[in-house]
Design a protein around this ligand. Sequence first.
Ligand SMILES: [Fe+2]
Length: 377
Amino acid sequence: MIQKLNSVGIALKHVETRPDKAHPGELEILAQIETRKPLLMEVLDHLIADKIDRIEIKSSEKDNTITSSKNVASEENIWIPTHVSDLDKCGHVVVKYEPTEDPKHPGFGDESYITRRAELNSIANNWKFGDQMPDIEYLPEENETWKISYLKLKELRESHTCEQYQRNIKQMEDIGLITAEKIPSLQAIDKYLRAKTGFQLRPCGGLLSARDFLASLAFRVFQTTLYTRHHSKPNHCPEPDLIHEILGHTPMFADPIVAEFSQEVGLLSIGASDEQIELLSTLYWFIIEFGLCEEDGKLKAIGAGLISAFGELQHACSDVPAHAPFDPYVTAVQKYEDSDYQPLYFVAKSMSDAMTKLRKYALDFDRQLINNIQNKI
Ligand SMILES: [Fe+2]
């Protein structure tokens, strides 16, 4: 059993063997491991084939999100990706807002949507470094959802989004990379970003753990989902989807300053403790996902979560929510809302200003990080 667990990278934290009182003559084995559900399911098949006939699983985490010990800078084990190919081990998905489990998900109960989403996630999960981005033939209804969402968001582009976004998406439209008619080719967007800022795409099967997502940014890799939102709600999706990734993120990753900002946040995450990952992912959340900036005295969106969400984009730029100046020391510890509109948004003077502030913050952060690592080695 230990060999089987080790062979898939699951570390055994504790094991006990004792006579099974309920089944005389048999042994009961208690094994404590840290892993994530897909990996556990994979090893279970092997264990059952290995004459272990009853398995009971007890999760110690409320949200059922279990993290691979290989991927956590725990006191015993700091794993650091050193090459972009190491990101093959950084595809851990957080189970949240799934159409299979959440009645509030617009796709809940729609079997054909759930099957299609699973099919696309399977392509993403089997993808390895060196493979080409998948060339997916999207279905007519998926292209229709894209079109509705794209055209609706375009109405707000000039009045509600920052200059960088407008300039970069226009360039992508001008060369025919982004059109209303169909979901753009991910291969073509990958090629475009590589040439523009060195960013590259790799597919992922859902909402990634903050650690994995940030580690990818350190290598200028953006992990993108492949499925689209449910057709019944073209202007809303409770989880990241391809429309959010393409319309919200890719034009911003085509911008040199945003690309640099994202990579610097990613680099800070390498080897960071869980508490530090929380700070960095909060920072990322409030700037790259839900950040605003000031342009000519008006609030404009720089965050992909706003740019790709018609309702929240209007809300964020209105007088309804609170607004505070972006300050990494304050922003990194602000609680955020991931199931509704934010009650508070942070406003950068510009992306360059946000970058200058991040770099000052990074100096302090790096010092703490080095101390942490030295104490653990
Ligand atoms: Fe995002």
